[in-house]
Write a protein that binds this ligand. Structure first.
Ligand code: AMP
Length: 139
């Protein structure tokens, strides 16, 4: 297993070195909008503790993280009046992982609407901020 690299982009977001459109924060967890959304409302939930992915995460960290994933999934569903919510998490490049700090994708889904490609185009930040306000209002 490759060691955790504290220089990854989500560690920089946690350190405040690069901006993000934040949705929720507590002592252990941060949620923010994905900059390359696969559908409106695509967000990410990350632990503040560093792990490369699920495989090396401390179970105690996971036990605090998953209730926040659930909270954000419910808020995203309500905010976007979604028919369902896709929750995804990739481990290592072979599984599609591109950022090596544990994160859960939360994506509102609507019947018959396909997902856009993973890590496709960058979204307009003002649009992400408007979507974030809707999700925060549903929290
Ligand atoms: P993956 O590691 O494959 O699960 O995906 C990483 C996700 O992080 C992708 O959906 C990217 O769009 C997203 N992403 C990459 N950089 C940023 C960033 N600076 N802020 C928010 N989301 C990001």
């Amino acid at each position: 297993m490759t060691a955790y690299d504290p220089d990854n982009i989500f560690a920089k977001i946690l350190a405040g070195d690069i901006p993000s459109v934040k949705l929720y924060e507590d002592e252990d967890t941060l949620a923010f909008m994905d900059v390359m959304p696969q559908a409106p409302g695509h967000l990410l939930v990350i632990p503040k503790a560093g792990s490369r992915n699920l495989l090396d995460a401390d179970p105690a960290v996971l036990s605090k993280l998953m209730p926040v994933v659930q909270k954000l999934a419910n808020a995203a569903q309500e905010a976007f009046d979604a028919d369902g919510v896709f929750v995804a998490q990739f481990n290592e490049p072979a599984a599609g992982q591109t950022v090596f700090h544990l994160h859960f994708h939360v994506i509102p889904r609507h019947d018959g609407v396909p997902l856009k490609p993973h890590a496709g185009g960058m979204a307009d930040v003002d649009m992400l901020k408007a979507q974030a306000e809707k999700i925060k209002a549903a929290l």
